[in-house]
Write a protein that binds this ligand. Structure first.
Ligand code: ADP
Ligand code: MG
Length: 230
């Protein structure tokens, strides 16, 4: 269970409030205008930004002071998820051991994760030789081997076309089914939220609102979402 308890986040002049809880295994979309604070929310959960006030709890435990690498979190960003000078296997292996001193068992886990995301046998390829969709799959294989219960996605598929993006979201959904992970995903596209997340948090006007049912929110959008969706 993820709890943002009376949380205030600040970045320069920008302030954002949140006060809600997300049940284990839930899938939440953060949606709202550019600059509204979606990435700020993820940064705070991932441990890149300390709360100004309030607490972030995972299963009742306050995460304050826990460094990003020790949090129960795997995160993918919009860009730069792969190191271009490392092979596919090593990019995935970083999710097991950041020093890349991989054992034979670790390498087997890497290969199994690559197979799960549809990249069997691609261990020795370089990221630059892969398509955008394949690169996204490598990043998801790393998420798999990290084996963390909370997956944070900050528009990692935004550069892909709609069909490929839909395919990646289906894969994310299947991986969450496999692992039971809780998902928090930033998206600017309502169809992404509708595709895989049961819950939506509208981020606007300095608030990350409590999660509401995704189908309901898009059936009858609040005014800030209407303004944003056009
Ligand atoms: P979103 O992801 O919804 O587009 P962000 O969370 O990236 O929005 O940013 C929220 C606000 O925080 C923006 O208005 C931005 O100007 C401000 N902001 C983001 N990063 C910084 C920073 N490093 N220093 C100062 N202000 C920042
Ligand atoms: Mg952002």
């Amino acid at each position: 269970m993820l709890t943002l308890e009376a949380l205030t986040l600040r970045q320069g002049d920008f302030t954002l409030h949140a006060d809600w809880t997300l049940a284990p295994g839930a899938r939440l979309a953060l949606i709202g205008p550019s600059g509204a604070g979606k990435s700020t929310v993820l940064a705070s959960i991932a441990g890149f930004l300390d709360p100004e006030a309030g607490r972030i709890l995972w299963e009742g435990r306050d995460l304050r002071g826990t460094p990003p690498g020790k949090r129960p979190v795997a995160m993918l960003f919009q860009d730069g998820n792969l190191f271009p000078h490392l092979t596919v296997a090593r990019n995935v292996g970083l999710g097991i051991r950041p020093d890349l001193k991989l054992t034979a068992a670790d390498r087997d886990r890497v290969s199994a994760a690559l197979t799960r995301v549809g990249l069997a046998g691609m261990e020795d390829r370089m990221p630059g030789s892969l398509s955008g969709g394949q690169q996204s799959r490598v990043a998801l294989a790393r998420v798999l081997v990290m084996d963390r219960p909370l997956l944070l996605l900050d528009e990692p598929f935004a550069a892909l076309g709609p069909a490929l993006r839909a395919e990646m979201l289906e894969l994310v959904s299947a991986l969450c089914d496999d692992t039971g992970a809780t998902l928090v995903m930033v998206s600017h596209a309502p169809e992404d939220a509708q595709r895989i997340t049961g819950l939506t948090c509208v981020v606007a006007d300095g608030q990350a609102a409590p999660p509401v049912d995704t189908a309901a929110v898009f059936a009858d959008p609040p005014q800030v979402l209407r303004d944003y969706l056009g």
